[in-house]
Ligand binder design. Structure first.
Ligand SMILES: [Fe+2]
Length: 281
């Protein structure tokens, strides 16, 4: 598999959406946003893969999955002018369709190309399917962790006002009203992944992102979340309250449990597991 071939195709495909200077400014901005995101997710996945001690072959495959995971976003935005799947179509499924249409993965063995497509198709699901192979679930978890590491960075930048122009595509147009929903707070305090259906405002959306710490699969990714101070950064943009203090405590407990050794709840906690999963790949 030639890494540069994939990269060249990606660059040319993405450039096609803004070529000839005819693209509207919002398309140019959002294509840029997703291109940068895709490139950074490649870096994030390589960081996690290195932390797990994956070999070169596995690292390269993970990088291909990361580079193409949001390939459906460009067509989605160009066609529907939104990143909301419910108002357009599932961008992961659209991405797989595009990879197949353009025969991008044809240089890979069919079973590997199929694995890449399955992993990409699962990256935005609420939960992973239970009837998948261990290898597929391993890469899907890796991709979901890498994706979250970069989304945290993008949304925190937005909340801190670094990208000054308000880009409604980022916060999904939720109202910036005071307060937080009880149910959403309750989920985070209880160490649960927030149910997206209960989100009412921007604060709830921030809580959902805080709750992602309970949906991280690998120790090296969780370490990055803690070391980069992502949760503290989001908390600083929320109204101080007793509830927020409880939320901070729940997150601190998660870090303590899973990063101070002793826990095997993370998939990265047992180095032998992923070696077995990759055996024969
Ligand atoms: Fe995505």
């Amino acid at each position: 598999m030639e890494k540069d071939e994939f990269r060249n195709w990606f660059d040319q495909y993405v450039a096609g959406f803004t070529a000839r200077g005819a693209a509207p400014p919002d398309v140019v901005k959002n294509v840029r946003l997703k291109k940068d995101h895709s490139e950074r997710v490649v870096q994030e996945i390589l960081l996690i893969a290195e932390g797990l001690g994956l070999d070169e072959k596995a690292r390269r495959l993970a990088a291909v999955m990361a580079l193409f995971h949001d390939i459906g976003r460009f067509e989605q935005y160009a066609r529907y002018r939104t990143f909301v799947d419910n108002k357009s179509e599932n961008h992961a499924a659209l991405g797989v369709k595009i990879l197949r249409q353009h025969q991008v993965l044809d240089c890979l063995p069919a079973s590997v190309a199929d694995l890449v497509c399955r992993v990409i198709s699962y990256h935005n699901r609420a939960a992973l399917p239970e009837d998948e192979t261990g290898e597929c679930l391993f890469y899907a978890r890796l991709l979901r962790d890498a994706d979250k590491l970069d989304i945290w960075r993008v949304v925190i930048d937005h909340y801190q006002g670094h990208n000054r122009e308000d880009n409604p595509a980022i916060a999904l147009g939720l109202p910036d009203t005071p307060g937080m929903s009880d149910r959403v707070c309750g989920d985070v305090v209880n160490g649960k992944i927030v149910d997206a259906r209960h989100i009412k405002n921007l604060n709830d959306f921030k809580l959902l992102q805080i709750g992602w710490v309970f949906d991280i699969n690998f120790t090296p990714a969780l370490q990055q979340v803690r070391d980069r101070g992502y949760v503290e950064s989001i908390c600083r943009t929320l109204p101080p309250s007793d509830r927020l203090a409880q939320i901070k405590k729940a997150v601190a407990d998660r870090f303590d449990q899973d990063l101070q050794g002793g826990s095997h709840s993370l998939h990265g906690a047992c180095p032998a597991c992923h070696v077995n999963l990759l055996h024969g790949f």
